[in-house]
Design a protein around this ligand. Structure first.
Ligand code: RFL
Length: 388
């Protein structure tokens, strides 16, 4: 079994297969240091915590993860909080930075004797429609090599070799550009609010998400094509203050902005998630905008579903679960896409692409009002916000 990519999807899958004695190797384009220090997601759903727990992969999460259950909306009509632990199914998130999860999963994989090749980029997957697919790779020095396996799991993200190797017409590609961009910032500063903060402002959306006691992620909606280094740190903090309405609700705790990246809010889904012996997992299967914090959670869920199906096929000779992999995952993916799309409409007025639309803005206003006032809507929100 060859696994492309050592993100949450590839490493959960690798750990599961190794535990049941399935021979596998992980091929990772980047170095170990890089993957262990790449800050990305932080909000893990209760189902993700359960998957990690039942597979014995939750050591770090249990020790260092922080329970999180409140979000605060700040709008032109004032602010309100939703204690989502008390709504819906009554479950919180666990805040645990993705690079720490990756570090834990990698250590566990290596301790159990797992094989991983860092600095090894998969170039193409060949013969996926037959029983012995192969993966062509090149190392940092450009030296080529080839790996053969019974199955290949593409856990190598949206721009990986798994997607690239699909022959034209093999899968359907659904794609939606939401026409909105966010400047994602990582601040070496403690969280300023004891909640996830969503601010809706005439200047655009701003978001606040705790990562740890010392690190906070902020988002600022920006124009398409904005370069991350356009604004000075002071200007970014001033804009965050303005949109988060710091003058009214309290100051933001400032610190150095150690990471900046512009994210265009896009969603895509491939259908089906299998081409012969090649399986697509995580971001390689579907890209989901970070508006609802679902990407890493879907990656872990899909890795567990595929891991169990591969064990059934390779250890017990039952290929039926493998045949159902795509259908099972797509049900979860579309549900997450639907909620994420709803969140985008909740948090933004008309996008740049749509032009200023008062109609769209009034709809957003009304959506916020029903979230503020309707207990039914709040329960629905809570269930979908933490659900996967
Ligand atoms: P990853 O984590 O991108 O890992 C893919 C790995 O594959 C390697 N790779 C290759 N290796 C070999 N050959 C090739 N040709 C290769 N091409 C790539 C890469 O180096 C990498 O190590 O994919 P995976 O495992 O599918 O996991 C997906 C998640 O990383 C992603 O969905 C989340 O980070 C999305 N996301 C969030 N998800 C959440 O559930 N909760 C959140 O709070 C959250 N916040 C976020 C996010 C994503 C963000 N970015 C990146 C836009 C915040 C941000 C800013």
């Amino acid at each position: 079994m060859v696994i492309l990519g050592a993100g949450p999807a590839g490493l959960v899958l690798g750990n599961l297969l190794l535990r049941d004695g399935v021979d596998c190797v992980v091929l990772e384009r980047a170095g170990r240091d890089h993957i262990q220090n790449r800050p990305r997601a932080g909000f893990l759903a209760p189902n993700t915590a359960r998957i990690l727990e039942r597979n014995g992969l939750d050591g770090g999460l249990r020790r260092r993860g922080q329970e999180h259950g409140v979000c605060e909306f700040r709008t032109e009509d004032g602010r309100f909080r939703l204690d989502y632990r008390q709504l819906g199914r009554g479950e919180p998130h666990t805040v645990y930075p993705q690079h720490e999860l990756v570090t834990d999963l990698l250590a566990q994989f290596l301790d159990a004797g797992g094989r991983i090749r860092f600095d090894t980029e998969a170039v193409a997957v060949s013969d996926a429609d037959g029983p012995t697919p192969s993966v062509t790779v090149r190392d940092v020095d450009g030296r080529p090599a080839r790996w053969r396996a019974r199955y290949v799991a593409a856990c190598d993200g949206r721009h990986g070799a798994g997607r690239r190797s699909l022959p034209p017409g093999a899968v359907r590609h659904h794609h939606r550009d939401h026409g909105v961009s966010w400047l994602g910032l990582l601040a070496e500063a403690p969280p300023s609010i004891d909640a996830v903060g969503y601010a809706i402002h005439p200047g655009g959306f701003a978001g606040h998400m705790a990562r740890s006691a010392e690190i906070t992620r902020y988002y600022l909606q920006c124009r398409r094509g904005t370069r991350p280094d356009t604004w000075s740190e002071d200007r970014l903090w001033d804009e965050l203050d303005l949109r988060m309405r710091a003058a009214e609700y309290g100051p933001l705790l400032r610190g150095p902005l150690v990471q900046r990246a512009v994210v265009d809010l896009e969603s895509d889904v491939l259908e089906p998630l299998r081409h012969g012996s090649l399986f697509l997992v995580g971001d390689a299967a579907a890209l989901i905008s970070p508006s609802a914090a679902k990407g890493a959670n879907l990656a872990v869920l899909e890795a567990e579903i595929l891991g169990q199906a591969l064990i059934d096929a390779l250890v017990h000779g039952d290929t039926e679960p493998l045949a159902r992999y795509s259908e099972r995952c797509l049900t979860h993916i579309w549900r997450a896409q639907e909620f994420s799309h709803w969140m985008i409409r909740l948090l933004h007025g008309a996008s740049d692409a749509e032009g200023a639309s008062l109609f769209r803005d009034r709809l957003r206003h009304s959506r916020i009002a029903s979230l503020r006032t309707s207990r039914t809507q709040q329960d629905w929100f809570a269930e979908n916000y933490v659900g996967i």
